[in-house]
Design a protein. Structure first.
Length: 275
């Protein structure tokens, strides 16, 4: 596959247009493969800047109950990592330009073998991989192999990240920085982390250390949250639990319309904030 830095191209275009990035998340294969593909197509069709797609794991410690329930349903169905990657390949055929990131756990990579996993991911059109349970201090094994397969290694920065650890992260990070906007797990908690002055200070520190875009996740579920996160200095937001919850609760016949309406609202909020 020809090397293409889709993250750089997409984020640069958004910056030039003075728009924030919107990166929706879903679990690959949930609630079933065809519906999952339809959900992802709706994300793309409503203007998502990039995608974050999770591979189901039995103990997703970074995720709250909503995403955990979706992941467990996928696992119970027998859906495999290879099937998930095949679905990514379908998404890549649907849109050649949108950046696609995977959220995985290290067991996924170890089970397949590091070199084979990253080679397969590149083959399927993946642009970035965030290993949720692999700290930056232990990432040397994967960073070089990922880069050799034209895949960005995405790292998380949280309010607890110390300056020396941030230096280690930005040394290896590519694509973007995933900012955890509040401590805990993913979810739809209505508490607004963007009002925390410490978060604004953290974003400022990250921007001094790297020119990579900063996308904030964890607890961002409304257009108002997204707008205030941008005002705090973030370059975009990541939303997952709210989206998964919406799909889970929707009447099947109305799900796509409800999902599209929600996604359009988030995109519009980020389009209206001058960055």
């Amino acid at each position: 596959m020809v090397s293409r830095d889709r993250y750089r191209v997409r984020f640069r275009a958004l910056q030039e247009a003075k728009k924030g990035a919107f990166m929706p998340f879903t679990v690959l294969g949930w609630p079933d493969e065809e519906t999952s593909f339809d959900i992802i197509k709706t994300m793309i069709d409503t203007g998502a800047s990039a995608l974050e797609l999770g591979i189901a794991f039995s103990d997703p410690v970074a995720d709250g109950p909503i995403i955990q329930a979706a992941a467990h349903k996928v696992i119970e169905s027998g859906y495999s990592v290879n099937q998930a990657l095949n679905l990514v390949a379908r998404v890549r055929k649907y849109d050649e330009d949108i950046p696609i990131g995977l959220l995985v756990y290290y067991n996924h990579i170890m089970a397949m073998g590091v070199e084979k996993f990253y080679a397969r991911a590149e083959e399927c059109g993946v642009d970035g991989v965030l290993v949720a349970d692999l700290p930056a201090e232990s990432s040397d094994e994967i960073v070089g192999i990922a880069a050799g397969n034209n895949i960005s290694t995405i790292f998380i920065v949280s309010p607890l990240t110390r300056e020396e650890r941030l230096d280690k992260i930005v040394k290896h990070a590519r694509g973007f920085i995933y900012l955890v906007s509040r401590l805990g797990v993913t979810g739809t908690d209505e508490r607004d982390a963007s009002r925390d002055s410490r978060l604004t200070a953290l974003i400022s520190s990250i921007k001094k250390a790297t020119d990579l875009p900063i996308l904030a996740g964890f607890g961002i579920s409304t257009p108002a949250h997204a707008e205030r996160m941008m005002e705090s200095g973030a370059d975009g937001v990541i939303t997952g639990s709210k989206l998964v919850d919406l799909v889970a609760k929707a009447d099947p016949g109305k799900m796509q319309a409800e999902l599209a309406g929600y996604l359009k609202g988030m995109v519009a909020a980020l389009d209206s904030v001058k960055v």
